[in-house]
Design a protein around this ligand. Structure first.
Ligand SMILES: C[S@@+](CC[C@H](N)C(=O)[O-])C[C@H]1O[C@@H](n2cnc3c(N)ncnc32)[C@H](O)[C@@H]1O
Length: 206
C-alpha cells in the first residue's frame, strides 16, 4: 500500500484520530494576529482548526482526501469553512501558486518523511515565505515510546524518528535556525512509566 492510501485508510477507520485542541502557544507567540499560515501535513485539522479559531488566515495541505474532507465537515458544522483554504497535494510536489506566508508549520509531518525528503522539502520552503517569515516544526524524537516498539511501519504508515543533530542541518542556506528543543515528559499508563519525546524547531527566512 502506498503512503497516501495508508493514511486515507487510517482516517476512514478512525474517525476521531487527533481530534481536540492543539498546543500552539510556542508558534503563536511569534506571530501577529491575522498572520497567514501554511500548514503542511494538516491531517484532520487539530492544529489548523485551533489556529482558525484564533483568527489566523490558514491554508492546509495534505495528500489524504479523507483527512481534508474531515476538516471541511468540522468547519461546515461551525460555519468557519470560508475562513481557510484546503489543498489535497503531496508536500513533495506542491502547487506552484500557493502564495507566500508569514509562517509554514509542520506538526508531526516529519515523522513520516525520510530525512532526504525532509531536506528537499525545507529547500522549497523559503520560496513560500514572506520576508521575515518563519518555520515551525514538531515531531516525535528517537527517545519517544513509539520508537521503542521496534517497527518503522504501523498500519502501512511509515514512521521515522530523526535526531536533534539531523534537524540542525535541515534549514540549509535559505533558513536560519532560531531555536531547537528536545522536550521529554515522563508519563504513567497504569503501572508503566514511559517517556514521550518530541523535537521542536523554529527557523527564519534569511
Ligand atoms: C500525524 S498527521 C498530522 C497531524 C496534524 N498536523 C495535526 O497537527 O493534527 C501527519 C499527516 O501528514 C500527512 N502526510 C504524510 N506524508 C505526506 C506527504 N508526503 N504529503 C502530504 N501529506 C502527507 C498524512 O496524510 C497525515 O495527515
Amino acid at each position: 500500500m502506498n503512503q497516501k492510501n495508508a493514511w486515507n485508510d487510517l482516517y476512514m477507520k478512525h474517525k476521531r484520530a487527533w481530534d481536540g485542541f492543539a498546543d500552539m502557544l510556542w508558534i503563536t507567540e511569534h506571530l501577529k494576529k491575522g498572520a497567514e499560515i501554511l500548514e503542511l501535513g494538516v491531517g484532520n485539522g487539530k492544529t489548523l482548526i485551533s489556529l482558525i479559531k484564533e483568527r489566523y488566515v490558514c491554508t492546509g495541505v495534505d495528500f489524504s482526501e479523507c483527512a481534508v474532507g474531515r476538516i471541511k465537515e468540522r468547519l461546515l458544522r461551525t460555519g468557519e469553512v470560508e475562513r481557510c483554504r484546503l489543498i489535497v497535494s503531496d508536500v513533495m510536489n506542491l502547487p506552484h501558486d500557493l502564495g507566500k506566508f508569514d509562517a509554514v508549520i509542520m506538526i508531526y509531518l516529519l515523522n513520516h518523511l525520510p530525512l532526504n525528503h525532509g531536506r528537499n522539502l525545507f529547500e522549497s520552503i523559503p520560496l513560500l515565505l514572506k520576508s521575515g517569515g518563519m518555520v515551525f516544526a514538531e515531531a516525535f524524537g528517537p527517545g519517544d515510546l513509539r520508537n521503542s516498539r521496534g517497527t518503522k511501519k504501523r498500519r502501512g504508515i511509515m514512521y521515522r524518528y530523526h535526531t536533534i543533530g539531523e534537524w540542525k542541518n535541515l534549514g540549509g542556506d535559505g533558513l536560519e535556525l532560531i531555536d531547537l528543543k528536545l522536550l521529554q515528559r515522563e508519563k504513567r499508563y497504569g503501572d508503566k512509566h514511559v517517556t514521550r519525546e518530541s523535537i521542536r524547531g523554529i527557523w527564519k527566512r534569511i
